[in-house]
Every structure is written in C-alpha cells, then in structure tokens.
Design a protein around this ligand. Structure first.
Ligand code: GLU
Length: 421
C-alpha cells in the first residue's frame, strides 16, 4: 500500500513539531531512524502438502522509554517502509499517552483471506518461531493490527510460551480473555476515540445528534459505529473494501455488522431499511459532522480532501491522511483529531493487559473503561491546550506533546551540551 515516501511523510511531522519545541539535536538524530528492522522468510506447510514462503518483518523503532510495543498486520501490500513508518507512529503514540513503552510494529506480506484457518495458525506460529529472540515481555510486545485478531494473538502467545518453556502471557496483548486477555481490549481503539470526541465535543462545535461517516468497517469501524449509535448519533455512510452504503435517516448498524460477520460486505445490506449503494470514492463527500477514517494509510489525499465537509475528522486508522490532505483540511477549517491520539485507546488497553498479566490480577470492565477514559481525556485536553496556545493543528500539537516526553528521556542520557561543558 505504500512506497518509501510514507516514511518521509512521517518524518515531516517530526520536523514540524521540532519547530515548536526546543529539543537537543541528539533527539532528532535518534528519532530519524529505526533502531532495528528484521526481515525473515516464513516457510509453512500448506493444506495441499506444498511448502510456501511469506515475507515477515518486525521493527523495533525506539526503546528509550521502555520495551517496544505495536501490532502485527497481515496484508498483501505490507512493506518494509510501511512497517517502519507504523513503528515510528507507535513510538509517538506511546509517548502521547505517557505509556512506559517505545514503538514497534510487525507485518507479514499475505492475504489472510486466501489461507485456510489451519494455514493461518501455522503462519502465526512460524512468525513467533522466527521472532522469539527479538520479542519478550520486557523487550518487544506485539498486539493485533489490520487483519489479525485475538485468536491469532492466542496462537502467538502459546507458541512463545512453548519456546521459552513457561507461561508468558505478557509477551503479547489483545489475547482472548480466556488466555489472559483484558476485558475491554476488543473495542478499545474505537472507545478511546469516542471518549476523546465526547470530552472535546463543545470545543469542537459538535452537537447532540451528530451525523457520522465511517470509512472502513473492521474492528475500529464497527465499534465506533456501535458506540455512536448507542449515544444517539446517526451513521449516515459506511464503506469497506467492497463498496459503500448510505442512508440519510441513519444506517442499521446491527445489520451492517451481521453482514460482516457472515463473511460479506456492508454493500450486502443495500435495500434494507433505506440503505442505498454509494460509490466508495464518494464517501468523503457525504455531508456529516464527524468523518472517521478507520481503514488504511493515505485514504484521504490531495484528490479527495477538498470534498470533505465534516467539522471533525477522527483518525481511527493509522496515517489515513497525507500531509497535503492535512493542509487542505486545515485551510477548510476541518479539525483533525490525529491518529497517535485518536486511536491510542487500543495500545492503552494493551498496556492495561500487560500490567494485569504481570500482576496476575485482573480488573473488572468498569475499571478498564474508567482508566481508559481518564487517560484519553487527560492527554486529549493537554494536546488541545497546546494546539490553542501555539495556534497549531492538533496533529502538530500531539507530536509536540510526544516529542517533549521522548526528548526528556533521550536527553536524560546526556546531550552534546552536557558532554562538551
Ligand atoms: N495495532 C494497534 C495500533 O496501531 C494496537 C497496538 C498495541 O495494542 O500494541 O495502535
């Protein structure tokens, strides 16, 4: 899904933030490059008896603030540049939230829909066999991402535990509850974004009955739709990789989720209760208050950003807006709640899961929700204030906030000024 420019775009956001903060040059030098990226070839036995190989990566971008943390995605277009960019974003995301982690990411170049369930299990276990020497509860902690889920995490945690000869649930987060997962991890990405929007609603000019459009209908897209409807808002359009549906009166979210659960698409619901087919490329042009990109990178670019009429964009996907799209939206007065804040609920509850695994003591759902809400509101408010004070977009403010914490950690080892004085 990306060429190498995706990483250059990510670094532009670091440069932009650095203009607003007095950080030592050491800090930029350290954050400009990934610490290590390992590429492997995973060989598995297919159901028909043949052997097939897949390329896999794990990137540990920066571990100054703690063990590296970040998901593993299965996608046919995965690339080394994409993994490194996603790991860069994780570094800033964990710093934004004040979690004691650095950033990492992994991927396998595969279309998981073309594998049987047994092949998927063998591939997931092969990934851990290849990376067992790199990951670990105090070194690098994977989690779910695009097209991986709790079942995959369960296989991976089991494989790691078998390799090290003891139960190590804290090596991976997003596991099934029965295998040491945390309550509330399933919808945490969407729920964090929902808490953030609710907390800043007045400042953002969002009213009681919002019209919401959702791009992408996987984990984050489905959960945000459900949470918004439960809160009295209307989902007016939704898309997935097959197409889009719209209804001015509001879509039936349960019906949309049922279509996905049955292995189909949101477009399968066309005709039900006013659901009308919409060309997917027209989704950004749908009139709404809140636009939620919840799919892949670079979905909103210079081409379609001018059509976007929402008041607010809530980035539940990682990197859904190109830098050009950012500029266009800013010029049009659209406020963007940036990915490293807006979708950080996922990694925050991953952190809770890791804490619970290490204590062997598990929290009730209510406690997870309260702790998540507290952190989302605290960091969201801090970033809002930076954005107002410095008169900069929320994305730049989020990077300034994260960079401050990263700089503090990196500078604590000494800077050029310290060593030369
Ligand atoms: N893959 C998710 C993200 O991009 C979650 C990462 C995690 O839970 O470690 O934030």
């Amino acid at each position: 899904m990306s060429d190498d420019s995706i990483f250059e775009h990510a670094l532009q956001r670091l440069d932009e933030a650095a203009k607003h903060l007095n950080v030592d040059q050491d800090v930029i030098e350290k954050l400009k490059f990934p610490r290590e990226t390992t590429k492997v070839r995973l060989m598995i036995r297919m159901d028909d008896g043949s052997r097939k190989s897949f390329v896999g990566w794990r990137c540990r971008y920066d571990d100054t603030r703690g063990p590296t943390k970040g998901g593993i995605r299965y996608h046919p277009d995965a690339s080394s540049a994409e993994v490194e960019t996603l790991a860069f974003w994780m570094t800033f995301k964990c710093a934004v939230m004040g979690l004691p982690y650095g950033g990492g990411k992994g991927a396998v170049q595969v279309n998981p829909r073309e594998l049987s369930k047994a092949e998927l299990e063998r591939l997931s276990r092969a990934y851990i066999q290849a990376f067992a020497r790199i990951i670990g509860p105090d070194r690098d902690i994977p989690a779910p991402d695009v097209y991986t889920n709790s079942m995959v995490m369960g296989w991976m945690a089991d494989e790691y535990s078998q390799i090290v000869g003891q139960a190590e649930p804290a090596v991976i987060t997003g596991k099934p509850i029965a295998l040491g997962g945390s309550l509330g991890r399933g919808d945490a990405t969407a729920r964090g974004g929902y808490y953030l929007v609710r907390h800043l609603a007045d400042e953002l000019g969002l009213g009681q009955e919002m019209r919401v459009a959702v791009q992408g209908f996987g984990n984050a897209g489905q959960h945000i739709a459900r949470l918004m409807v439960a809160d009295g808002h209307r989902i007016v359009a939704v898309s997935d990789s097959h197409g889009a549906v719209a209804s001015d009166a509001g879509l039936d979210v349960d019906k949309l989720i049922a279509a996905k659960d049955a292995g189909g698409s949101v477009v399968d619901t066309v005709g039900h209760d006013g659901h009308a087919l919409l060309p997917a490329e027209e989704l950004p042009g749908v009139g709404c208050d809140l636009f939620v990109p919840a799919a892949l990178e670079n979905m909103i670019d210079a081409r379609n950003a001018p059509w976007l009429k929402a008041k607010v964009v809530l980035e539940l996907a990682n990197g859904p807006l190109t830098p050009e799209a950012d500029q266009i939206l800013a010029a049009n007065g659209v406020v963007v709640l940036p990915d490293i804040l807006a979708n950080a609920g996922g990694v925050t509850v991953s952190y809770f899961e890791w804490v619970q695994n290490r204590h062997g003591y598990y929290w009730p759902l209510e406690e997870v929700h309260v702790r998540l809400r507290t952190i989302m509101e605290r960091e969201g408010r801090a970033i809002w204030n930076i954005s107002r004070e410095k008169e900069i977009p929320m994305r730049t403010a989020a990077y300034v906030h994260a960079l401050g914490r990263l700089a503090e950690a990196i500078e604590a080892h000494g800077t050029q000024a310290f060593f030369m004085s």
